[in-house]
Design a binder for this molecule. Structure first.
Ligand SMILES: Cc1ncc(COP(=O)(O)O)c(C=O)c1O
Length: 375
């Protein structure tokens, strides 16, 4: 059976990984500044993570949500100190799209409305409501066109309010820093006004922290910088450091009813152990503080390179913008210099999403390679 080809693939077969490096079958080391698409938070094969997962698989790897699960409770408890959302409730699932799908569904149950407001260049996943709220016609099938979604430029409050006035809106969904879109972020005033509009019109505000959450920006959630408190917060990617897990943090005024949401695999013992280990390592190794330090160093070194026209993003969710398409540069970085980087909807932007354990010496390696590779 052949594989259904949905992505253009690099001609590299990875066989092992350690911290910020991945290795191919010939043993060549690649510096991972892509983190498997912002997934590796505490680094490949972190000793504590491996040890906890091995012990958990020996004890019990999986049981469904028909029994009590103390690891889920421990994860919810641990999330309080990071998220500053003490009264919120936690729903666990398996991916970012699923987290957004459940958040949108919850907003619709809660408000009994069905229209959604989303933003141009936003990405929320590939399932039904999540993909409909994603501004990319190529990944929306005719089936997904059933959803009613109004898209506005990030920052367009007038447009958002006009749409709210028409009525029938259940949610406003946004990425505080757009990942796939190319690292754009609006001013605090915009996010604060959005929060106010959601309250005024009785719709739920959903912060998609799937990519920007779990410490990647140096804050636990990217929205925390703007002093807002969304009703629903979606998480995935860095949460499991590669083990599939996602979740929704749900404000206390949203009430659960049996059957509203559900999942077979979501919140299983292994997945929760992975997420709990990530939080423990973030805390023990003070990784969020480290993100800010290494990010400042990265930005100061990158700003010395004249070909870089703009540095976008925050923490270790960064974009280097050039005045030419980066496709060839990216290829050269991976095949000649053995460094993984990312791309985005903005063809001129090189995306940097390394494990949060990256050190200054790795930044130096990248900067030297970039200088050689640049035209
Ligand atoms: C902001 C954001 N939301 C949602 C998703 C979808 O996550 P997943 O691929 O785990 O379904 C992504 C994936 O890139 C993302 O960047």
């Amino acid at each position: 059976m052949s594989l259904f080809p949905v992505y253009p693939l690099l001609n590299i077969h990875l066989t092992k990984a350690k911290d910020v490096y991945v290795y191919d079958q010939e043993g060549t080391a690649y510096l991972d500044l892509y983190g498997g698409h912002a997934v590796l938070s505490i680094g490949h094969g972190h000793p504590k993570y491996k040890q906890n997962l091995k012990a958990q698989i020996d004890a019990i790897g999986f049981y469904s949500n028909s029994v009590q699960n103390k690891i889920q409770e421990a994860l919810a408890e641990k999330l309080v100190s990071f998220s500053n959302c003490p009264d919120y409730q936690l729903f666990l699932c398996n991916s970012g799209a699923e987290a957004n799908e459940n958040a949108l569904k919850l907003a619709s149950f809660h408000t009994q409305a069905s229209r959604v407001i989303a933003f141009k260049n936003g990405f929320h996943g590939r399932t039904s409501a999540a993909v409909a709220a994603t501004d990319n016609s190529k990944i929306n099938a005719p089936l997904n066109a059933q959803q009613q979604v109004d898209f506005f430029e990030l920052g367009d409050l007038d447009g958002v309010e006009k749409s709210l006035k028409k009525g029938g809106v259940c949610a406003i969904i946004f990425e505080c820093i757009q990942g796939v879109g190319g690292l754009d972020e609006a001013a605090s005033e915009f996010y604060k006004a959005l929060e106010q509009l959601a309250k005024t019109y009785n719709v739920l505000l959903i912060a998609d922290e799937v990519q920007s959450g779990f410490g990647r920006t140096g804050d636990f959630f990217a929205f925390q910088k703007h002093g807002i408190q969304p009703d629903l917060i979606t998480i995935a990617k860095g949460m499991g450091n590669g083990f599939p897990i996602g979740g929704v943090l749900i404000a206390p005024h949203i009430q659960a009813k049996y059957g509203m949401l559900g999942t077979t695999f979501g919140g299983n013992h292994l997945a929760c152990t992975a997420a709990l280990s990530v939080l423990e390592v973030l805390e023990e190794e003070k990784l969020m503080q480290h993100v800010t330090e290494v990010s400042n160093y990265f930005i100061s070194e990158a700003s010395k390179i004249p070909q870089i026209k703009k540095i976008k993003g925050r923490g270790l969710m960064l974009g280097l913008e050039f005045d030419f398409p980066i496709a060839k540069l990216r290829e050269q970085l991976v095949y000649t210099h053995h460094i993984f980087t990312g791309n985005s909807n903005n063809k001129n932007l090189l995306r940097i999403l390394p494990p949060l354990t990256i050190q200054k010496e790795h930044v130096d390696t990248f900067i030297s390679a970039l200088k050689i590779a640049l035209p």
